[in-house]
Design a binder for this molecule. Structure first.
Ligand code: HEM
Length: 430
């Protein structure tokens, strides 16, 4: 819908969210002018009702106002968890979780395979469990939050439900975000749901919050929220796109077979050799950026952008989804063509300097977990494609309907068929 408005009103237009204006930005030229010349003026996050209620009143680094508190927290989070050195140190956790998930799936296949030797898999769920376990173990140091395995698993399940609901609600503009004096009425009942979500999260994390220094615990909690969903959602889109484009899937498998062989394990250091796989990840992030409107920001000063005066207090919604589908930059913009990142768009990088491609945002508030996110995306996809054949169970094309919440998720589950593609020995030694 915002894409249609951009076609009609151009790359910069404002919408009114109640009394608050919001600037929707939809092309790379404006993104460049904004994130280079005006970034400082738009480096704060708006205090939305959802943010106030579900992030301990803007205490999360990703949602906090620009200033000394944000700077300190971002430093802690980056240094403790997300620096390249730390990511490397925690490599064994990613390896162990990926191997465990593959082994578990292999065991399910052995027990439940059908006459054509396939087993049905809920891809969205498998990927959410895997990324959740990886992030929790990297951040908290343990697999589940419970005294016993059963209690832990139960809590993990509730936590994953909680994250899903958090992502839905955090993307919800309440009436009171636009018309503050209507807040008492809680029209639509969103505030009630937000309070319930925050309370459930508090309950789940209470013992852990007591165990940890408060700031550290907040940082940890937020990384689980920020890191799990975006990664799982992107990988689910990648698998959907591959099932839709069998020739791309074949090429990806050929590359893995050539570089890794049929017996070996894909290690993180192998990823640099898998250039086609890297192009698949980029092309997935182009078509389905998991945060299609990035994360909202707010102007703290009056600015001039594209010749227009933008007033202090205006909110900013960068429409990454639209920027990534601009036909003047991306020929055949709606087609899944990873090859473009090896040829015509070879030098376009994800790291926030190429303004036609901004899946992680740009400027001071660029995604703090970009390196970790990229490591997980490549490592999980490479291992999954190496270990299993995948098949669309239906003769119908894959349903690509999207739901635009804070993250851009598939509207329907992704139920697919899988079977092992390597020798039993490979799975048994995982
Ligand atoms: C597929 C992977 C991911 C994508 C595409 C993604 C995308 C984004 C985007 C678009 C933003 C807003 C940037 C802006 O305002 O310019 C963001 C912020 C953020 N992301 Fe990510 N993200 C991913 C994974 C992760 C991971 C794995 C973590 C941590 C474990 C993480 C932590 C954060 C944090 C803390 C912020 C807030 C930064 C701030 O406000 O200072 N993200 N991310």
């Amino acid at each position: 819908m915002m894409g249609d408005l951009a076609d009609k009103y151009g790359p910069l237009f404002t919408i009114k969210l109640g009394v608050k204006p919001a600037l929707v930005l939809s092309n790379w030229e404006m993104a460049k002018e904004l994130f280079t010349k005006n970034d400082l003026a738009v480096s704060t996050r708006p205090k939305l009702v959802a943010v106030e209620l579900m992030s301990y009143n803007q205490a999360f680094v990703g949602l906090s106002p620009y200033g000394p508190y944000w700077r300190e927290l971002r430093k802690i989070v980056t240094f403790e968890f997300l620096s390249n050195r730390r990511i490397e140190q925690l490599s064994h956790i990613r390896v162990s979780e990926v191997h465990t998930s593959i082994k578990e799936l292999y065991d399910v296949w052995r027990k439940e395979k059908n006459e054509s030797s396939f087993v049905s898999l809920d891809m969205k769920q498998w990927l959410s469990h895997l990324t959740f376990n990886m992030v929790v173990r990297m951040v908290v140091g343990k697999r589940y939050f419970g005294v016993t395995e059963v209690e832990g698993r139960d809590k993990a399940k509730r936590f994953m439900e909680n994250i899903k609901e958090f992502m839905r609600l955090i993307g919800t503009f309440t009436v009171a975000d636009g018309v503050p004096w209507l807040r008492g009425l809680d029209l639509g009942g969103h505030e009630k749901a937000m309070r319930a979500n925050a309370k459930e999260m508090d309950n789940l994390l209470s013992e852990w919050l007591v165990e940890h220094q408060q700031k550290m615990a907040l940082g940890e909690q937020e990384l689980i929220l920020g890191g799990t969903d975006s990664t799982a959602v992107t990988l689910t889109w990648a698998i959907s796109l591959l099932l839709q484009s069998p020739h791309v899937l074949e090429k990806a498998k050929e590359e893995i077979d050539l570089q890794i062989g049929k017996d070996g394990f894909v290690s993180e250091s192998d990823i640099s050799k898998l250039v086609y796989l890297q192009a698949i990840i980029k092309e997935t992030l182009r078509l389905y950026p998991p945060a299609p409107f990035s994360s909202p920001r707010e102007f703290t000063e009056n600015c001039i952008l594209g010749g227009y005066h933008i007033r202090k207090g205006t909110r900013l919604l960068p429409n990454l989804w639209k920027i990534h589908r601009d036909s003047s930059v991306w020929p055949d913009p709606l087609e899944f063509k990873p090859e473009r990142f090896l040829t015509t768009h070879k030098n376009v990088d994800v790291r926030g300097h190429d303004f036609e491609f901004l899946p992680f945002g740009s400027g001071r508030r660029i995604c703090a977990g970009m390196s970790l996110g990229l490591s997980m995306l490549h490592f999980v996809l490479a291992n999954f494609l190496h270990s299993f054949e995948i098949l669309n169970p239906s003769t119908e094309p894959i349903d690509m309907a999207e739901i635009f919440e804070f993250t851009n998720t598939r509207a329907t589950p992704l139920q697919i068929l899988v079977k092992p593609r390597l020798s039993p020995n490979y799975y048994e030694t995982l």
